[in-house]
Every structure is written in structure tokens, then in C-alpha cells.
Design a binder for this molecule. Structure first.
Ligand SMILES: [Zn+2]
Length: 429
């Protein structure tokens, strides 16, 4: 049994490096992985004419220079993918940058101070929707994004802010009412133009009884910010579950599928992020590369062994949500070793899991893949314990590198061990 809707969630706004060729390859991989939906989260990275402030932090973004997203959407359609455009009302990429240039409209912390934005992710500065100008901006920005720039998209993904909202005296009580006003208005405008448009929303408006359920909406659930509750489960509409696969341990693929299946949801979507940018971190410039596979010999990072395992895990569980761990190991053995050697499968899953565990996310890189980052990632008082843990991981990776000397698994393990041996020789004593 497969979920009817299968897809990836990706924020191209946070990948400044990729141009149209790389994005076409991303679409190819998405289709190879059995997906039929792409959540293409683009606010802050299309060259808005009306609000250039929204991309002022993203000047080096390839799409700001070339405006190629419309052609990517066409390409996805040729391959059978539905594409919805992602953004967040009153927060996050693009919107936060607008707020930074209009501090009189900015969202507030509970103590009245302005909530500050941080770096490329641009997640931290809110807009306060109690100002009519903020509400007008939000509508006009999304109108421009959809109707003027990407009318070929299949709809919208309206991500309710996961990390809080304006806490001013108006918003602390009425925030979601204001957000719903916006969601309702823009959705009706999109449906007037395209009656079968897919519009994905969070269940909060129903859960707070701010809106009467409309079955045209697709509901979206996440483990951290949009919980599945019986009241919204009863609404007869499409429902999708999300898992943050690209920054979680590998077993998240199974966990998300199981949750979606047990609640009878129609779809299962996983984050398959491609973060790529240069950012100042602890006083030095750090470059984050999509999928962060510095050892790779693949000509496209998503085709390196580690992302391939991640993608395979998603594909496997989106088709077999009830599969056991043993069945997954058998499938990995067949897929990556063309045999039934589940010991090799377990070694491969181990490598991917330890890399995933310390994967780059919101301003840090994996110190396992980048030993030069270790001292920046761990303050002095935490280094000793962290090094003990790394020594254990490196010892197992060293054994793996000897067991599979000519397989990509062994070569990747060896690359990591050698980097650590050169930079932290004492870890191996
Ligand atoms: Zn407010």
C-alpha cells in the first residue's frame, strides 16, 4: 500500500548556489523516488518587483538573477509532479526581510522589543498583522508570487509559523484570527482563478474554531508544530503528514510513515533540503554545500551514497509504511549491495545515521564531516564527552572502511576517518 500523495518539501530560498540545471536534476531525483508532489518553498527568492526588500538578503541567489523557477515548474509538470509554492504568513524568508526594512511593522516579543532576524535562514523577524500595511503587504506579495510570477504552479503551501508569532497586545489574543483572514482571502482568490488548485494549510484554524472546515483545503500535520487531533481528523479532505527527514536520524522515515498510516492520512511528505549558502558563524565565513557530502565523487550531490540512502528510506516507507526494520534492511541490502547481506546494510544504515545525527542545520555543519568545525560546535566544557563519542563512531567507521574497501560505503567511511586522523590525532590514541 502506498500513500496516495508522496512528495518532498524543499526550501530553494535557502540554496543560493543552484541554477536551473541542478533544480531539474532535483526534480528528476524526486520523480525517481516515487513522488507526485513537490512543496517548493520560494518566498524570499523570487525577484519581486513590488517588494525588492524581500530578497535584499538574497542578492547572490541564482533565481534572483535568472528567474528560472517558472521553467522548473513546467519541467516538473512534464514529469508528472504537482508543485505548490511555499511561504509563511507574517514570518520567515522574504517576509522577515521586508520586516527588517519596515521596523514600524515588525513583530514584537512579549516585552515589546522587536524580534530579530538571523542570517540567511531569515526566520526570526516577524511582521505584526495588526497593522493594515502588514496585511496589505502579505496579500500583495503572495498575489505577485502566484499570479504574476508563477501562475503555472498548482497552488499554495501556507506554512503557519512553527516558531512563534508577534506577541504585541493585539496579536497575543488575535493572531491566528488575523492569519486566517489572510489565508481565507488569498485562497479564494487562487480558487477563483484556478478552481482545482491545491492549497495546503495547517489545522490550527479549525483546532481554534476560527474557521468552518472547507474540504477544498488540504491539511498538513507535523511532529513539532501541527498535531493530529480527532476534530480535524474527522474533516473529509486530503491530509498529509510531514517528517523533517533531511535533518533527522534515518529512522525518521519509518516513524513518519507509521504515524501517517496509523491515522489514515492520504499523504506523506519528507523534507529533502538542499541548504547552500555562505554565512558568518562565530566570526568566520562558513560555506554550506547542498547535502554536505565533501567526500563525494558523484557529479550531483543528491546522487552520492548518503543522500541516496536517505531518499531510498523515504521511497521504501512511503510505499511500505508497515514494513519492519528487518524488511528495510533486506531492501537496503538488495538496493545497495545487490545481495542479501544485511550486515552490510546495517553498516550502511549506521554510517548514514551518524552523519544525519550531526547534519548541518540552521547555522552549523556536521563536525563529523567537518572536523575543522569541532571546536566551533562544542564549547570547551562539552568537548571531552563529545570526543569520547566521536572516538567510538570513528572506530566503527574505521572497521567499516576495511570491510568494504572498494564499495562507496568503505570509501566514504575512510574519507571521514582520514580527515579526523589528520586534524585530531589524539582521538585515535
Ligand atoms: Zn502584533
Amino acid at each position: 500500500m502506498a500513500f496516495r500523495t508522496r512528495g518532498y518539501y524543499v526550501i530553494p530560498s535557502r540554496n543560493q548556489f543552484w541554477g536551473p540545471n541542478e533544480w531539474r536534476r532535483y526534480i528528476d531525483c524526486t520523480c525517481e523516488d516515487g513522488c507526485n508532489l513537490l512543496i517548493f518553498w520560494i518566498a524570499g527568492s523570487f525577484p519581486s518587483r513590488r517588494y525588492p526588500e524581500t530578497w535584499s538578503y538574497n542578492l547572490r541567489h541564482r533565481n534572483i538573477e535568472q528567474n528560472f523557477y517558472p521553467s522548473i515548474i513546467d519541467y516538473a509538470h512534464e514529469k508528472g509532479l504537482r508543485v505548490v509554492l511555499g511561504f509563511t504568513p507574517y514570518a520567515y524568508d522574504g517576509v522577515a526581510s521586508f520586516a527588517a526594512t519596515h521596523p514600524e511593522l515588525a513583530g514584537r516579543n512579549a516585552d515589546g522589543s522587536i524580534h530579530r532576524t538571523r542570517g540567511i535562514h531569515d526566520v526570526g523577524m516577524w511582521l505584526c498583522p495588526s497593522h493594515p500595511e502588514s496585511r496589505q503587504f502579505m496579500l500583495d506579495y503572495v498575489r505577485e508570487m502566484y499570479f504574476e510570477f508563477h501562475p503555472n504552479a498548482d497552488g499554495l503551501f501556507i506554512e503557519s509559523s512553527d516558531y512563534g508569532h508577534c506577541q504585541c497586545s493585539h496579536c497575543s489574543e488575535q493572531y491566528f484570527g488575523r492569519e486566517w483572514e489572510f489565508v481565507n482571502q488569498i485562497s479564494n482568490e487562487v480558487w477563483n482563478a484556478k478552481p482545482d488548485a491545491t492549497i495546503i494549510i495547517y489545522p490550527v484554524y479549525y483546532q481554534l474554531k476560527l474557521a468552518v472546515p472547507d474540504t477544498r483545503f488540504t491539511l498538513f500535520f507535523t511532529p513539532h508544530s501541527a498535531h493530529i487531533t480527532p476534530d480535524v481528523l474527522a474533516v473529509r479532505c486530503e491530509k498529509i503528514y510531514w517528517e523533517g527527514l533531511s535533518f533527522e536520524k534515518l529512522d525518521a522515515a519509518a516513524r513518519g510513515a507509521k504515524t501517517a498510516y496509523e491515522h489514515g492520512l492520504d499523504g506523506y511528505v519528507a523534507a529533502m533540503e538542499t541548504f547552500g549558502y555562505t554565512q558568518e558563524l562565530n566570526g568566520r565565513l562558513v560555506t554550506y554545500e547542498p547535502f554536505d557530502v565533501p567526500w563525494t565523487t558523484a557529479d550531483f550531490p543528491m546522487e552520492d551514497l548518503v543522500p541516496r540512502v536517505l531518499r531510498f528510506a523515504y521511497k521504501f516507507y512511503s510505499w511500505n509504511p508497515c514494513a519492519t526494520e528487518q524488511e528495510f534492511q533486506n531492501a537496503v541490502a538488495l538496493q545497495f549491495f545487490a545481495n542479501s547481506d544485511t550486515e552490510a546494510a546495517r553498516d550502511l544504515i549506521y554510517l548514514c545515521s551518524v552523519l544525519q545525527e550531526s547534519f548541518q542545520h540552521f547555522g552549523r555543519r556536521s563536525a563529523l564531516a567537518h572536523p575543522e568545525d569541532f571546536e566551533h560546535q562544542y564549547p570547551p566544557e562539552k568537548r571531552s564527552q563529545a570526543l569520547t563519542e566521536y572516538a567510538e563512531i570513528l572506530s566503527r567507521l574505521s572497521a567499516i572502511s576495511k570491510k568494504y574497501p572498494s564499495h562507496e560505503l568503505g570509501r566514504t567511511a575512510r574519507w571521514i576517518v582520514e580527515r579526523w586522523r589528520a586534524s585530531h590525532p589524539r582521538t585515535f590514541q
